[in-house]
Write a protein that binds this ligand. Structure first.
Ligand SMILES: [Zn+2]
Length: 161
């Protein structure tokens, strides 16, 4: 499933990318280009705008009711729109929404801090912004966030105990 998030949902868009979901962040104010892009690329619209309603059968719009980003992601998981899949975590650039390429150690050498280079075994790079990712502290932090979120959801839905 692919998404397009409206301008109110920038943090949610990043969190969805973190989970591996192809998510465009639309920062414009007008709804029409948003809907047009969603139709062209087959994306589900995520919005806080209560006035945005589907006009054609192919329009798919999910209204986010929660105010805070962590609760918004939880809302999508509870609605069974997205799920957590370890395999897809951190496969996409959080800034560019592009799938990362795995790169060799030689390619990473000199481009990341020395201590990181010696700690890590695998590196990946965004083909667009060239940012290099690794399973470092930043990602551990994100991973923890995801796990906490998951725990929260499970403890609130008795069926999943
Ligand atoms: Zn990038």
């Amino acid at each position: 499933m692919k998404f397009i998030a409206d301008r109110m949902l920038g943090k949610l868009a990043k969190e969805l990318r973190m989970l591996g979901y192809d998510t465009v962040y639309y920062q414009g104010e007008n709804a029409y280009p948003l809907i047009k892009l969603a139709r062209e690329e087959g994306r589900v619209i995520l919005t806080r705008n209560t006035k945005l309603i589907p006009k054609r059968p192919e329009d798919s719009i999910i209204r986010i009711t929660e105010d805070k980003p962590p609760l918004q992601l939880r809302e999508l998981i509870q609605k069974k729109v997205v799920s957590l899949n370890d395999k897809n975590l951190f496969t996409r650039c959080l800034l560019c929404n592009i799938l990362l390429d795995e790169i060799s150690l030689e390619e990473a050498e000199g481009k990341v801090p020395d201590y990181i280079f010696h700690q890590q075994k695998t590196f990946s790079r965004c083909p667009q912004c060239q940012r290099i990712y690794w399973q470092g502290s930043h990602q551990d932090h994100m991973q923890k966030k995801v796990e906490e979120l998951w725990k929260n959801i499970k403890s609130q839905t008795p069926n999943h105990k």
